[in-house]
Design a protein around this ligand. Sequence first.
Ligand SMILES: *[C@@H]1O[C@H](CO)[C@@H](O)[C@H](O)[C@H]1NC(C)=O
Ligand SMILES: *[C@@H]1O[C@H](CO)[C@@H](O)[C@H](O)[C@H]1NC(C)=O
Ligand SMILES: *[C@@H]1O[C@H](CO)[C@@H](O)[C@H](O)[C@H]1NC(C)=O
Length: 216
Amino acid sequence: MGYSCFVLAIFYIVLLHLCTQRAKGADPTVGFTSLPLNSSNFEIQRPYDLPQSARYSFINGVHRLWVYSTDKPHSPTSKTKPRTEIRIVGYNYSSGVWQFEGHGYVPKGTSGVCIMQLFGASGQATTLAMVVNNGTLSYYLNSVLVPHIYDQWFRLNVIHDVGAGKVRVFINGGLKLEANDHGGTSHYFKCGVYSQRTPSYYMESRWKGIKVLNKM
Ligand SMILES: *[C@@H]1O[C@H](CO)[C@@H](O)[C@H](O)[C@H]1NC(C)=O
Ligand SMILES: *[C@@H]1O[C@H](CO)[C@@H](O)[C@H](O)[C@H]1NC(C)=O
Ligand SMILES: *[C@@H]1O[C@H](CO)[C@@H](O)[C@H](O)[C@H]1NC(C)=O
């Protein structure tokens, strides 16, 4: 009796474990190697006429980046819209399978802004852009990935398979998008706030647990 109860208990524990794993979704980082990252890999791009501390903070592991629609671009010669972004340096890539992982947060009101980009393409600037418009998170202006993104932490995993020419986006472990990449010979990751066509006056995103991973 005691023995069969024990076997039954083990059986239920295993079943429960499998069910929770399934509910959480498969971990997109399985099989990837997480690469070393420190502050020297984070270049902060911000309005060129302001000190970094006016648009960026790093407190208790949380990167907070903000910008105003009336701010200057990140360099005096740039004609681009205002941005405050972390640019990952030291990990430009042109082959293999690469992954960005980060936990993101977008406060209510932030709109008309790109919060994450995979840079490098041919004929355009990016392989992928994650855009927030009026509370939705989408892939460019095309596919809505999360209809209500404000005021919650979400786990973002972006995988770029250069050889296959594919990008995949996972939110909270669930596959939300698979798309073709846009060619190009050198790529890198960025996250933060980069103003788009109809920006809110104030734009902010927060990031923690940023990882760069690859699989060769
Ligand atoms: C960051 O890591 C690199 C090696 O990957 C090392 O050369 C550099 O000194 C480190 N910088 C900091 C600020 O820890
Ligand atoms: C990484 O790519 C950027 C943009 O193409 C370029 O400016 C930079 O020099 C590259 N860095 C390395 C180490 O290749
Ligand atoms: C977001 O809402 C504003 C105000 O209603 C509107 O002007 C803008 O076009 C909307 N943006 C998108 C991409 O729908």
